[in-house]
Design a protein around this ligand. Structure first.
Ligand code: SF4
Length: 463
């Protein structure tokens, strides 16, 4: 069949084995292609708002603030201020005369009412256009209230989601270095890039605690302002989801010399490697022995169950489209444990190095794609006769409309998928979805004719 792809997007798609590897990425989304990627503001919001004892105020029209806790259910073990969504609700009058007074009044009211440890103020498109001085208002309110009030320069139009991650990291970095770092252990880490979906960071913290490692700050799942203030005292930054938080790790490294390692808590090998990497960093044989013991104990429970699922799933095909490419590496390996083949893999924000690594670990013929859109994804899923699609809220309807099983591996899920427990849950979910009898009632849609339909723009060509 012919896969439908905009000509301008062809450089962002690679089929392994067809030609030497080359993939364009980290560019603006193609206008009209309806990218799966969200805006700069959304990027900063997903990183920051799990900080549970801060006020998060969206300075902009109410529509931007629709992105609430419901969309990414990051759990907190204490305060839940992050679950409330605040907006200055800019109206026509504010756009004409400026929104600074309204912002000032909103901040004073919120800080007075909720007594937060800090306030993050997000700039949206319209604020960038009318030129409100966020920095000045935040500085004034910080002086008046005595808490950090941090501008997040996340105007939606000024780049892609990655720029939002950077804006979030820059805002957080203003907190770093302002807390007391006495009494922090030599064997201490910060966990960066886990957002505590379904309580995952609690599981990961527990593994590290069992190894004798102190976790200073969760950045940002179940996050606290005071922990971030003192995170420069940790001996190591352990970064998952590097797209989102690597900028912060690099800033801390530059200023305080804290080393950084990249990890993933998804899948068997990567979870185990994460624990070993931390133990190896501290060059502590006892810690390494404890890490090995954790892995041994967990695998004793996990492997016999995986065997059962593998028997049913062997030979099935999977497609992956996620926010950051690092998660995709782990998923490719996780599917292999289930006897399944990944035939398409892509991400919204992968880097050249990420895609190079994906090319190395995937099988011949696998489609690798950057910043995709529903048209392409639908074509790939049908062309490759995929049995399950792994993605997030925007990918779910694509799968279901085509009669393909789906696994949510993104913000909205309620199931823990990290750690060894998460691998067990993942296997169960994949099995449940692929083998569900519902697919007998909703048969898979057959690929459309290879002829381009009249409604498809002329700039779309076959690949
Ligand atoms: S693109 Fe602009 S207007 Fe739209 S949600 Fe993002 S910040 Fe708001």
């Amino acid at each position: 069949m012919t896969t439908r792809i905009y000509q301008e997007r062809q450089g962002q798609i690679h089929r392994k084995g067809k030609k030497p590897f080359a993939l364009e990425c980290d560019k603006e989304s193609l206008a009209g292609a309806v990218s799966q990627r969200a805006c700069v503001f959304c990027g900063s919001r997903v990183v920051l708002y799990p900080i549970a004892d801060a006020v998060h105020l969206v300075h902009g029209p109410i529509g931007c603030a629709v992105y609430t806790w419901d969309i990414r259910g990051a759990l907190s073990s204490g305060p839940e201020l992050h679950r409330l969504s605040f907006s200055t609700d800019l109206q026509e009058k504010d756009v004409i005369f400026g929104g600074e007074k309204k912002l000032h009044a909103a901040l004073i009211e919120l800080i007075d009412r909720y007594q937060p440890k800090a306030a993050f103020v997000y700039s949206t498109c319209i604020v960038g256009i009318i030129g409100d001085d966020l920095e000045a208002v935040c500085k004034t309110v910080a002086a008046e209230t005595g808490i950090p009030v941090l501008p997040v320069q996340s105007e939606g139009f000024k780049g892609n989601k990655r720029a939002g991650y950077e804006a979030a990291c820059n805002a957080m970095f203003r907190l770093v270095g302002t807390g007391d770092i006495s009494n922090i252990s030599r064997h201490s880490i910060n966990i960066l890039g886990d957002f505590n979906l379904a309580g995952e960071i609690w599981l990961i913290r527990e593994y590290f605690n069992r190894m004798g490692v102190e976790v200073v700050a969760n950045i940002t799942g179940d996050g606290r302002v005071d922990d971030i203030k003192r995170c420069h005292g940790a001996a190591l930054n352990v970064v998952q989801c590097s797209g989102a938080t690597m900028t912060l790790a690099n800033l801390i490294k530059e200023k305080y010399g804290t080393p950084v390692i990249r990890v993933s808590y998804f899948g068997i090998e990567d979870m185990a490697e994460s624990l070993y990497a931390v133990a190896n960093h501290f060059k502590d044989p006892e810690m390494l022995a404890k890490a090995k013991e954790i892995v041994r104990q967990e695998l004793e429970i996990l492997l016999p169950t995986l065997k059962k699922y593998r028997a049913a799933l062997t030979g099935k095909k999977a497609a992956i489209y996620v926010g950051g490419a690092f998660k995709a590496f782990s998923l490719v390996k996780a599917f292999r444990h289930l006897g399944m083949q990944v035939v398409m893999v892509g991400s919204q924000t992968g880097t050249k190095e990420d895609y190079q690594e994906l090319q190395e670990i995937t099988d011949e013929g696998t489609i690798i794609v950057d910043d995709s859109n529903p048209l392409e994804l639908s074509s790939f899923l049908q062309e490759k006769e995929v049995d399950i699609f792994v993605g997030g809220v925007k990918e779910r309807p694509i799968a279901y409309k085509l009669g393909i099983a789906f696994c949510d591996h993104n913000h909205e899920r309620k199931e823990m998928l990290a750690g060894f427990t998460g691998m067990m849950n993942f296997a169960k979910e994949v099995y449940g979805s692929v083998m569900s009898p519902v697919w007998k009632l909703v048969p898979r849609k057959q690929p459309q004719s290879t002829q381009l339909r009249a409604s498809v723009p002329a700039c779309i060509a076959g690949l």
